[in-house]
Design a protein around this ligand. Structure first.
Ligand SMILES: [Fe+2]
Length: 345
């Protein structure tokens, strides 16, 4: 910190100079990294074009469709009338597949290990020792006639009591995602005003949440954002683009208004240095039992089960291991955190 301050003073560009090394700044102040980090800092989100080469992104999209068809429940990508609850694995109203060990399918791990994805996070943290979340995958179907309605759920994914930048979320987009297609919508610049928001709105009753690491915006909260000049932006992306956003940025996902299905795989990374040994041991256990986590790469929350519940009963297609077990290389194995667990000897 002191070295940075000295450099800023002597070069007289105190507010525009970015540190040459170290974790990137995410404080909304102008930076001059000369790459995606400047946009990420200013807006709270960014689209990294072609993080996954198009050919491989198309192959992952195909793998995703095949995975859904592979349940043998009647879904067929070529027949939109098969987009029905009974023909699909259990999805929540936001389009997330939470069970079936999907997060450890080979194609999901292959996406996590894509060099362009890993390198983006290495750049943000200036660190090659990273963990990746075992987060869910998301399907936003067109023609979702009997699937539960996806209502707006504007939120932040971190505890307002813990201010400042703490987590960078990411998703790899696998299908074309234009202005009217389903996908992420964000409140541009909202990360910067987060602290002020929570001071001003401290007396507003909280929307109930299962974890303090989630904050939902009420109507009054949404009005505050508007009154402070913030705008909601639908994030558009091509297959293979990586979308990054600060967990403080208000966001949610919108259903498609077109015939285009949306496929997204969430990929969140954080430095190993930010995790404790207990976190790493919990994460190892989640990996070995093929359980999922939330977006927190230190396995802050681990799913209790891979069993999907359909209408109050276990889904007939429940499974505890992936259809195709992951094939990890040296880089992706390190992302599990397992090699960083210290032996007790
Ligand atoms: Fe979220």
């Amino acid at each position: 910190m002191s070295a940075t301050t000295t450099s800023e003073v002597t070069t007289s560009v105190s507010l525009t100079a970015a540190p040459s090394s170290g974790k990137m700044r995410l404080d909304g102040q102008p930076t001059n990294y000369g790459d995606f980090r400047d946009d990420l800092n200013r807006d709270g989100y960014v689209v990294i074009k072609g993080a996954v080469p198009r050919e491989r992104a198309d192959a992952y999209s195909d793998a995703f469709y095949s995975y859904l068809e592979g349940f043998g429940l009647g879904y067929d990508r070529k027949d939109s009338s098969t987009v029905r609850r009974a023909n699909l694995p259990v999805l929540n109203e936001k389009g997330m597949i939470l069970a079936y060990a999907v997060t450890h399918e080979k194609w999901v791990w292959d996406i996590r290990g894509e060099p362009g994805v890993v390198e983006a996070f290495e750049k943000v943290y200036d660190d090659k020792d990273l963990l990746v979340s075992f987060d869910v995958v998301n399907v936003g179907f067109a023609n979702r006639e009997d699937l539960p309605e996806n209502k707006p759920w504007p939120h932040q994914d971190q505890d307002p009591a813990k201010a400042g930048f703490r987590c960078l979320q990411g998703l790899v987009n696998l299908n074309p995602c234009g202005p009217n297609d389903g996908g992420l919508i964000v409140c541009r610049g909202g990360h910067i005003l987060s602290e002020q928001f929570h001071k001003d709105m401290a007396d507003e009753p909280r929307i109930p949440a299962w974890t303090p690491e989630w904050f939902g915006f009420t109507e009054r909260g949404m009005q505050w954002l508007k009154d402070h000049g913030l705008e909601w932006v639908k994030v558009c992306a091509d297959p293979g683009d990586l979308i990054l956003w600060d967990s403080r940025l208000p966001h949610y996902n919108v259903p498609t208004q077109t015939q285009q299905d949306r496929f997204a795989v969430y990929t969140c990374f954080m430095p190993v240095a930010d995790a404790t040994q207990e976190d790493l041991i919990r994460k190892k256990d989640a990996f070995e039992r093929r359980l999922g986590t939330t977006h927190w790469p230190n396995a802050k929350h681990v799913a209790g089960t891979n069993v999907a519940t359909r209408d109050g009963k276990e889904c007939s297609k429940s499974r505890h291991r992936p259809v195709q077990e992951p094939v990890l290389n040296e880089r992706t194995y390190r992302l599990t955190g397992i090699p960083y667990i210290k032996s007790e000897a």
